[in-house]
Design a protein around this ligand. Structure first.
Ligand code: FAD
Ligand code: NAP
Length: 336
C-alpha cells in the first residue's frame, strides 16, 4: 500500500485536469483496501480506477483510494466455457486482449475501452452492440461500512444501459476488488454495428473470428475516437437518451432524418451526438474547454481547462438540447 498527501490527480485521469487529493492511497490487495478504509476515519472517500470516466471540478478533500488490485486466473473450465477472475486493478483492454489470445470469446467488441476491470460493472460498459454483462458472472466487493467481502451475481447488480446498482444505491458504498467473467469457447460474433461490418468487409473477412472482430474494433477506435494521451477527455460525456414511443413519434415527425434505434421494450434510443451536433456544438471551443471536432458527445480539455468550466459547458449543451428537442441528456461522466 502506498500513501501520499497533496497529490496532483492530473496524471491519474484522462481529462488531465489539475486537482489536488488531500490523501492518495494506492491499494494493491484487498487487505490494503480494508486498511485504507479504516485509517480514513470520517473523511470523505473517492474511489478511483483508471480515471477515464471522472471529471475533477476542484481539489479533492479526504481520501482518494486508487484500486490497483492485480491478478487474473481461471477458476473453472469445461468444454464450452471458462470462468476467469480478474483483479479490479487490471487494465480492461489487457484483460480483453488476453481472453482473445486464449481463444475465449465474448468481450472482443469491448476492446480498447480505457480504464480498469473493477470499474467495468459500474456503468456496465458497452460498445458496438455488446455490454460487459453479456459475460458477467460475479464480483467481489468490500462493504465500506462493515468491511466484509461480499460476492454478488448479475441479478444483484441490476445492470442496464450504462447502469448498475453501483451507480445508484451502492454508489461510494462498496469497493469492487475482483470481477469474474464466463467466456465462451464456442464463439458467436456480434457484427451488427455498421462500423464493425464495414471494417470487416474492408479486411475481406467473410467469416470473422473473435480475433477479427477484436482487430476491427481496435482499428475503428484508433481511427475514430480521441486519444486521451493527445487530447484530454473522458469518452462520451452524456448517455444516449432512451425515449418512449410517443416522444419518438413527435420527434420523428418534426425531424424525419433523426437516427433512432428501437429497443426490445418499445422505447427508442437516440444518438446524443446527433442532437448535440444539430444544436451547433460540435467543435465549439471556449478557452481550453470544448467539444471534440469530430465527436460531438466528447467534451475535451485542449490543455489548461478547468473541470468547472467543462461542467458549465456541458450544462449549457444539455439545456440547449432540451430547449430544442425536449430531450433530457443525462451525464455519463462522474463529477467529483
Ligand atoms: P474511473 O474513471 O476511475 O471511475 C469511474 C467510476 O467508477 C467512479 O465513480 C469511481 O468511483 C468508480 N469506480 C472505479 N473503480 C471502482 C472500484 N474498483 N470499485 C467501486 N467503484 C469504482 N465507456 C463505455 O462504456 N464504452 C466505451 O466504448 C467507452 N469508450 C471510452 C473511450 C475513451 C477515449 C474514454 C476516455 C472513455 C471511454 N469510456 C467508455 C468510459 C470509461 O472508459 C469507462 O467508463 C471505464 O469503465 C472507466 O474505468 P476507470 O477504471 O477509468 O474508472
Ligand atoms: P457510432 O457507431 O457512430 O454510433 C452512434 C450511436 O448510435 C452510438 O452511440 C450507438 O449507441 C448507436 N448505434 C449505432 N449503431 C447501432 C446499432 N446497430 N444498434 C443500436 N445502436 C446503434 O458510435 P461511436 O461514437 O463511433 O462509438 C462506437 C461505440 O463505442 C458505441 O457503441 C459507443 O457506445 C462506444 N463508445 C462509448 C464511449 C463512452 O465513453 N461511453 C466512448 C466512445 C465510444 P451505443 O452507444 O448504445 O452503442
Amino acid at each position: 500500500m502506498h500513501t501520499a498527501h497533496n497529490v496532483d490527480l492530473a496524471p491519474f485521469t484522462t481529462f488531465g485536469l489539475h486537482a489536488v487529493a488531500e490523501t492518495f492511497v494506492c491499494a494493491e490487495t484487498v487487505d490494503d483496501v480494508r486498511a485504507a478504509l479504516s485509517d480514513r476515519g470520517t473523511k470523505p472517500l473517492h474511489i478511483l480506477g483508471g480515471g477515464s470516466n471522472v471529471l475533477l471540478t476542484g481539489d479533492v478533500k479526504g481520501l482518494v483510494l486508487h484500486v490497483s488490485v492485480k491478478g487474473r486466473g481461471v477458476i473453472r473450465e469445461d468444454a464450452e466455457t471458462v470462468d476467469v477472475r480478474f483483479g479490479a486493478g487490471e487494465t480492461w483492454h489487457d484483460a480483453v486482449t488476453w481472453c482473445v489470445e486464449q481463444g475465449w470469446g465474448g468481450l472482443e467488441n469491448l476492446a480498447l475501452i480505457p480504464g480498469t476491470v473493477g470499474a467495468a460493472p459500474m456503468q456496465n460498459i458497452g460498445a458496438y452492440g455488446v455490454e460487459q454483462d453479456a459475460c458477467f458472472l460475479a464480483l467481489d466487493y468490500v462493504d465500506i461500512e462493515t468491511m466484509d467481502v461480499q460476492t454478488v451475481d448479475a441479478s444483484f447488480c441490476a445492470f442496464g444501459y450504462r447502469e448498475s446498482i453501483f451507480k445508484r444505491a451502492l454508489r461510494d458504498k462498496v469497493v469492487i476488488t475482483s470481477v469474474t467473467y464466463r467466456l465462451s469457447k464456442q464463439h458467436v460474433v456480434q457484427t451488427h454495428y455498421a462500423d464493425v461490418r464495414n471494417e470487416l468487409a474492408a479486411m475481406h473477412c467473410m467469416h470473422p473470428t473473435i480475433r477479427d472482430v477484436y482487430d476491427a474494433v481496435v482499428a475503428i477506435r484508433r481511427r475514430k475516437l480521441p486519444d486521451p494521451s493527445v487530447i484530454g477527455n473522458a469518452g462520451s460525456f452524456f448517455k444516449n437518451p432512451v425515449v418512449d414511443e410517443a416522444t419518438f413519434h413527435r420527434l420523428h415527425v418534426e425531424h424525419p432524418e433523426l437516427p433512432s434505434y428501437p429497443q426490445p421494450d418499445g422505447t427508442v434510443k437516440l444518438p446524443a451526438a446527433w442532437l448535440i451536433d444539430r444544436c451547433g456544438w460540435k467543435g465549439h471551443r471556449e478557452g481550453d474547454a470544448g467539444v471534440h471536432a469530430h465527436q460531438a458527445l466528447v467534451l475535451v480539455n485542449h490543455g489548461s481547462a478547468t473541470g468547472a468550466r467543462i461542467l458549465e459547458l456541458a450544462t449549457r449543451i444539455a439545456e440547449d438540447v432540451h430547449a430544442t428537442y425536449g430531450v433530457t441528456l443525462e451525464r455519463e461522466v462522474n463529477v467529483w
